[in-house]
Design a protein around this ligand. Structure first.
Ligand code: KIV
Ligand code: ZN
Length: 519
């Protein structure tokens, strides 16, 4: 942060919506425990506002917002509400548990939404804004109002809407690029026009909320800041609907690295970014692309000879920020099979994990098992192991035992024992390959046929003894869920990732394991 930018008017508030817009991403559903872990990570790294969910959407969403509100120490906790009386009451009920709570209410403003979705006139929308923002303000002092599809709304009508919301008491005005349609220059101009022309604009903070359909979400968010926005809504890893939301880590590091061109700052502790990316990726079961800016596996890898040569002479030749500044540590050889509990606990602490007694004990047993089978255990192995352990807590279907026989040109057969709600069941099944046989065996064992949307395997570290990290995405009755698992054996990792996804189909909907499996 440059000294020139260190004034309040240059402060950009970070509003994280990983737990709301991010979780709306197909397959990114999180359990309550995972949401709490993500919220703790965001709170610790200095996020100003955490949007914890959409309380009216389900009892699970409501409970999650309440639990986050009770847990969070520093951040403001926001709950989303449509412009409907019951939504706003429910959001108010959820966020009142926070030290600082916010109701975030929205209504569409673009002609296309008004005509086809809402079937309302402009005057009716103005009335809705005045009424719902007033209702929210009667419940809480901190109210954010959003003009859904603002970037496709005529400026004159948008100005009327914003003025109405501010008059009714909105303290933050969000102008979302809901469909990811904006380009930076026009986005900057929209903000500048609204901020400078709307009467009373000085009473509110303006916010950008950009989707990434054209790959411009971060550029548009930064343009909005140039135009006068002082809050940016974003998600870790850019998780979110369709192509995702603006990535928090990219906005924070762009402002930090290019303070000369963009004299604004955030209060985010950037050394927490790499860890936050891992926590969210594990919780949402959503892998991070290798070349993802800031937090991708290759973001700081220099492969070409000329780059490596430059790096050895002076890192600044090819590096505009250091891996350490985003919390990436050198891959270190950690421990072997002789390492004890205390050393393992220290290592977990260094990697940012505080596990309860039971979780620690289970992780330690798995670490010992891994160290017996794998010569070198690296930090990345420990992270994969613990994330895997945390992600499978409460799984009702577990792999007890598995044997796979494969033959060139011949049959592939899997014999498997599963524990379903504590009861063991064994199956034998064939397939066109080993993985096909394994997935068929699981489907036969649980008696359901979810559709396999994605299957991918990756090495946690290099080498043939590396742990395999398997990702599976399943779809059943219109619901998409993801599962992950890390294991030294690729086939066991694949089976456990499939089961992890399957277990997620059973949660949050109150279904009994047998009930969900039948029919
Ligand atoms: O993209 C959008 O318009 C939203 C609103 C609910 C803020 O997510
Ligand atoms: Zn959105």
């Amino acid at each position: 942060m440059s000294a020139a930018s260190d004034t309040n008017k240059d402060r950009v508030f970070i509003f994280d919506t990983t737990l709301r817009d991010g979780e709306q991403s197909p397959g990114a559903t999180m359990t309550l425990e995972e949401k709490l872990q993500v919220a703790e990570t965001l709170d610790d790294m200095g996020v100003d506002i955490i949007e914890a969910g959409f309380p009216i959407a389900s009892n699970g969403d409501f409970e999650a917002v309440v639990a986050v509100a009770k847990q969070v120490k520093r951040s403001t906790v926001a709950g989303l509400a449509r412009a409907i009386t019951a939504d706003i009451d429910r959001a108010g009920e959820a966020v009142r548990h926070a030290r600082r709570g916010r109701i975030h209410t929205f209504v569409s403003t673009s002609p296309i939404h008004l005509a086809h979705q809402m079937k309302k006139t402009e005057d009716e929308v103005i009335e809705i804004i005045a009424r719902t923002v007033t209702q929210a303000r009667n419940l809480i002092d901190d109210v954010e109002w959003s003009a859904m599809d603002a970037t496709r709304t005529p400026l004159e009508f948008l100005k009327r809407c914003v003025e109405t919301a501010i008059k009714a008491g909105a303290t933050t005005i969000n102008l979302p690029d809901t469909v990811g349609y904006a380009v930076p220059d026009e986005h900057e101009k929209m903000f500048r026009d609204i901020v400078t022309m709307v009467p009373g604009a000085d009473k509110a903070i303006f916010s950008a909320h950009c989707h990434n359909d054209l790959g411009l979400a971060v550029a548009n968010s930064l343009a909005a800041v140039r135009g006068g926005a002082r809050q940016v809504e974003c998600t870790i890893n850019g998780l979110g609907e369709r192509a995702g939301n603006a990535a928090l880590e990219e906005i924070v590091m762009a402002l930090r690295t290019r303070g000369d061109a963009m004299p604004y700052h955030t209060e985010i502790e950037s050394t927490h970014l790499a860890r936050a990316s891992k926590v969210v990726s594990a919780a949402a079961n959503f892998p991070v692309q290798y070349n993802k800016a800031i937090v991708g596996k290759n973001a700081f890898a220099h492969e070409s000879g000329i780059h490596q040569d430059g790096m050895l002479k002076n890192a600044e030749t090819y590096e505009i920020m250091t891996p350490a500044s985003v919390g990436i540590k050198e891959t270190t050889l950690v421990m072997g099979k002789h390492s004890g509990r205390a050393a393992f606990k220290d290592k977990l602490r260094e990697l940012g994990y505080e596990l309860g007694d039971n979780a620690f004990q289970e992780a330690f047993v798995r670490f010992k098992d891994l160290a017996d089978r794998k010569k070198h255990v690296y930090d990345a192995d420990i992270v994969a192991l613990v994330d895997d352990e945390v992600g499978s807590v409460g799984d009702r279907i577990r792999l007890v035992d598995m044997e796979v026989v494969s033959k060139t040109g011949g049959n592939h057969k899997c014999t498997m024992t599963l524990s379903i709600d504590g009861e063991e069941t064994s199956v034998v099944y064939e397939g066109t390959g080993s993985v096909d046989a394994i997935f068929n065996a699981i489907k036969a064992g649980v008696g359901q046929e979810p559709h396999l949307v994605l299957y991918a395997v990756d090495g946690v570290t290099g080498g043939t003894d590396a742990q395999a990290s398997a990702h599976v995405r399943l779809e059943m009755n219109g619901r998409i869920v993801s599962g992950n698992a890390a294991e030294p054996d690729t086939l066991v990792a694949s089976a456990r990732a499939y089961l992890n996804a399957y277990n997620r189909l059973l949660i949050d909907r109150g279904a009994s394991a047998q009930g969900a499996m039948a029919g």
